[in-house]
Design a protein around this ligand. Structure first.
Ligand SMILES: NC(=O)C1=CN([C@@H]2O[C@H](COP(=O)(O)OP(=O)(O)OC[C@H]3O[C@@H](n4cnc5c(N)ncnc54)[C@H](OP(=O)(O)O)[C@@H]3O)[C@@H](O)[C@H]2O)C=CC1
Ligand SMILES: O=C(O)CCC(=O)C(=O)O
Ligand SMILES: [Mg+2]
Length: 417
């Protein structure tokens, strides 16, 4: 069926039911992408820790059959020099429904466009879900890291991030500039002859489906608020549209009522009876608010580029991107991945923190309904951190810590299960 992907002999596919819930067999086949750079270090550790947690939680009654699929540099070795994201990788991620990936490199400036973005677009994984929570004992640069407890819903398919761009002085950039000047009366492009041009599409449909998920998450998890983060004062019809469409959806679909004439609005959680406030914050001010008053924010709904910046900034407040997990979700398909990238200077050194990818796998297990194994991952991570046997990123900020390798941290977690 596939050219280079070896489907495990044992195990079955996870399938999606008509109501979009999952049917998860006891022995699911789960595709994984190792990833570039430090992917070679963290992904094998993640696989080992997950296998140990599943074995410990279910005593052999459940087991994951891992199936390697290829993207990034490894793909070019398997499929040929220019094949970075093979069609069969996309097909496998779609067919097997739930997957996990390591980070993939994107060169700055020229070269290939982001494979991560391509994968999200091809599979229409329109939600980038990134929870940010504090684990006891993690060293943090802020005084009260435990006050940070947010879940980012980042729109994952639109915005300037979609990659519609034209290089300065290229024919297409010239054509577009001419069109803007002659057809649309744009007179304000400074240095038009040497401008690269990017396009920022933000749609009502794209905004609404993201906001719907964010509000539903707040309902299901009894959260007090959803904050729309945007730069709508400056980019009125893209980021401003995102804000307006988000508020309108809260009113239209969830019955939210304006507070003091708006734009904030609120409604009663139909499950718990508690109030959920829908509010907004302009992105630059938000970046200072999360440092000064983090306890006021809970679920965050934002556009693609803002979400990228906010993810790393918030991760830093609870110990850094070594411990920042995430998921890319459509209505049916889910691909889990860390917030961080390939950290190339550490590649192959068995050095970096595998925590982000392990916690991404924890989210995956919970998504599959394997909560016992997910709980074991959380508890063993907490115990490993409290034992102060941690990777360099934590060790350099912790008093009395023993620095362990990437695989050493995985072993420490397994020994704590
Ligand atoms: N989803 C994805 O696949 C992503 C891919 N990328 C890609 O990754 C490449 C490198 O990007 P870059 O901007 O350097 O960002 P990275 O996230 O790869 O690394 C930035 C810094 O974060 C710290 N860090 C990263 N990973 C870990 C880890 N596992 N444990 C502990 N600390 C960690 C390191 O800090 P220190 O130097 O202080 O030790 C590192 O130098 C680029 O090509 C980029 O496009 C980036 C983000 C996401
Ligand atoms: O695709 C990339 O290389 C970077 C993506 C990124 O930084 C992110 O999704 O957080
Ligand atoms: Mg990022």
């Amino acid at each position: 069926m596939y050219q280079h992907i070896q489907v495990p002999k044992k195990g079955q596919k996870i399938t999606v039911n008509a109501d979009m819930s999952l049917s998860v067999p006891d022995e699911p086949i789960i595709p994984y992408i190792e990833g570039d750079g430090t992917g070679q270090d963290i992904t094998p550790v993640m696989l080992k820790v997950v296998d140990a947690a599943v074995e410990k939680a279910y005593g052999g009654r459940k087991k994951i059959h891992w199936m390697e699929v290829f993207a990034g540099e490894k793909s070019t070795h398997v499929y040929g020099p220019d094949v970075w994201l093979p069609e069969e990788t996309l097909a496998a991620l779609r067919d097997f429904v739930v997957s996990i990936k390591g980070p993939l490199t994107t060169p700055v400036g020229g070269g290939i466009r982001s494979l991560n973005v391509a994968l999200r677009q091809e599979l229409d994984l329109y939600v980038c879900l990134r929870p940010v929570q504090y684990f006891n004992g993690v060293p943090s640069p802020v005084k009260e890291p435990h006050k940070v407890n947010m879940v980012i819903f980042r729109e994952n398919s639109e915005d300037i991030y979609a990659g519609i761009e034209y290089e300065a002085e290229s024919d297409k950039a010239k054509k577009l500039i001419k069109f803007l000047q002659t057809e649309l009366g744009v007179t304000k492009i400074r240095f038009p002859n040497t401008s690269g041009i990017g396009v920022k599409p933000v749609s009502r449909e794209g905004t609404e489906r993201l906001m719907r998920k964010a509000i539903q998450y707040a309902i299901d998890n009894n959260k007090p608020s959803v904050t729309i983060v945007h730069k709508g004062n400056i980019m009125k019809y893209t980021e401003g549209g995102f804000r307006d469409w988000s508020y309108a959806l809260a009113q239209k679909e969830f019955g939210a009522q304006l507070v003091d004439g708006g734009p904030w609005c609120k409604f009663k959680n139909p499950k718990s009876g508690k109030e959920i406030t829908i509010k907004d914050s302009i992105a630059d001010a938000f970046l200072q608010q999360i440092l000064l008053r983090p306890a006021e924010y809970s679920v965050v709904a934002t556009l693609n580029l803002n979400g990228d910046y906010i993810s790393d900034a918030l991760a830093a407040q609870v110990g850094g991107i070594g411990i920042a997990p995430g998921a890319n979700l459509s209505d049916s398909v889910a691909c889990f991945e860390a917030t961080h990238g390939t950290a190339p200077k550490y590649a192959g050194k068995d050095y970096v923190n595998p925590g982000s990818e392990i916690l991404s796998a924890e989210m995956m297990l919970r998504h599959m309904g394997w909560v016992e194994a997910a709980d074991l991952i959380i508890s063993s991570l907490e115990k490993a951190i409290l034992s102060k046997r941690v990777t360099y990123d934590f060790a350099r900020l912790m008093e009395g810590a023993t620095q362990v390798s990437c695989s050493g941290f995985g072993e420490e977690m397994i020994s704590q299960m």
